[in-house]
Design a protein around this ligand. Structure first.
Ligand code: SAM
Length: 421
């Protein structure tokens, strides 16, 4: 993995990148992190990199020319690679472990562009950057700290940088949970003892204790993550049921009729509110609307799930080719072969984390297989981590990015997934 950080302050960034674990990895040739001075690429005598904003206002804006010349030099140096140019921006998608995993698995050259002052001429971002990432919902004076954070979290997943993939796979945010509490010597410190189970050396019991602690911690500290977590084993399900005081529910399902449209709209409204709360720009423009859901019901493609007669979730399965899937930045696993498509999977708040989404997907996969299709395709927003985790756990593979033609979605970018039977 090669990372070039384009910055006005390389002297502040490079030492951090050369220290500790990343520094050792660079010495071993596993990674290469270069900080490049944007100012060296100005075409004016004063080496000026910024200028006043058109239309007036505070501060200065970084000019496109030095940034573009700097980027051109870096790309020429690095040569042809799987490259991603990313602008550090408080207006970008909020960076998380999912982004880090995608960057390390799909690219071997990242160019991280650090803005400063009031930011960067928009034309440079439009013309030269593949995406914008934010470190969080706050504004920093420059993109250097976000760039260092992104470079660090990506590089520690490059094979060989840590001694074993288990080092990062057991950590917070890897599988939708926070990590368990950690202790080191001495056994007792200031009257506080290390939990007995960790000192007894019984590995199965330690594993069970740690998993339980992960679930307890996540419920206490990140109820949003806990609500979205789908238990992976019967034992985990038992712990979750105990923590939530809930027993397993059973659901009924039937093809939705046009007379079910109010129930479908209510499910969709709760799902879009949930996505809004999670900061996901999906279903935020009034979609799916009454007309769409009536069309789904009329086509016989929509399934309504109920619990004790109350609407709990919906999912649609279509077998006509999806026109928005024709162009993909990547490749579908089954190429041009016939496929079925899942749309509009949504669960009411009261039934989240209670096995319903799995039942809904299972139904669609069984239907598609029974009708002779070799695969199912589905798309979701890049920031929809809940859906992405569900899909990956169910064996769907990320195939690339598509763009929705629907005008009601403010952000039409979607990731296309496919599960081959
Ligand atoms: C003061 S900020 C500019 C903020 C910009 N005027 C705005 O309101 O969106 C200067 C630079 O810091 C970086 N930056 C600031 N906050 C950031 C964040 N939360 N995530 C990533 N980069 C950030 C960006 O590169 C930005 O160009």
């Amino acid at each position: 993995m090669r990372i070039d950080i384009l910055t006005l302050f390389p002297e502040a960034v490079q030492p951090m990148m050369d220290a500790s674990i990343l520094g050792r990895a660079a010495k071993k040739g596993l990674i290469e992190i270069n900080c490049v001075q944007i100012r060296d690429f100005t075409d004016n005598k004063q080496q000026q990199v910024d200028d006043y904003p058109y239309g007036g206002g505070w501060g200065c804006v970084m000019m496109a020319q030095p940034l573009k010349s700097c980027l051109d030099w870096v790309t020429a140096q690095a040569g042809p690679r799987k490259r991603r140019v990313i602008y550090m921006s408080p207006q970008g998608a909020r960076f998380d472990q999912g982004h880090a995993r995608r960057l390390v698995s799909e690219y071997d050259h990242l160019v991280l562009v650090c803005g400063h002052y009031e930011g960067v001429d928009e034309r440079f971002i439009e013309a030269c950057c593949d995406e914008e990432l934010s470190l969080g919902d706050f504004v920093l004076t420059g993109g250097e700290i976000p760039a260092m954070a992104i470079a660090d979290s990506v590089c520690r997943m490059v094979p060989g940088v840590l001694s074993d993939p288990a080092c990062y796979m057991g950590e917070s945010h890897w599988d939708g949970l926070l990590e368990y509490p950690q202790y080191t010597r001495p056994d007792v410190w200031e009257g506080l003892a290390v939990p007995e189970v960790l000192r007894e050396g019984k590995h199965r019991e330690i594993e069970a204790w740690r998993r339980e602690q992960q679930l307890i911690r996540t419920q206490e500290r990140r109820p949003d993550m806990f609500a979205a977590y789908v238990p992976q084993t019967a034992e985990e399900q038992r712990i979750v049921d105990r923590l939530t005081g809930r027993e397993k529910l059973t659901y009924d399902c039937r093809p939705a009729a046009e007379s079910d449209v109010e129930a479908l709209l209510a499910i969709a409204a709760e799902a879009s509110e949930y996505l809004r709360q999670c900061g996901v720009d999906q279903w935020q423009g009034g979609f799916p609307d009454r007309e769409t859901l009536l069309g789904d019901a009329a086509a016989g493609g929509c399934w309504l799930f109920t619990h004790d007669g109350a609407p709990a979730g919906m999912i649609c399965l279509y077998t006509a080719p999806e026109p928005d899937y024709d162009a993909i930045d990547g490749a579908w696993r089954t190429g041009g072969a016939p496929y079925a498509t899942i749309h509009r999977a949504a669960v009411k708040a009261a039934y989240r984390g209670r096995g319903l989404a799995d039942e809904m997907f299972q139904l669609c996969e069984d239907l598609a297989l029974g009708r002779g299709y070799g695969s199912v395709r589905v798309d979701t927003h890049p920031d929809n981590q809940v859906m992405r985790r569900l899909l990956e756990r169910r064996g769907y593979v990320l195939c690339g990015q598509i763009v929705l033609s629907r005008s009601t979605e403010p952000d039409p970018r979607r990731l296309g997934y496919e599960k081959v039977f």
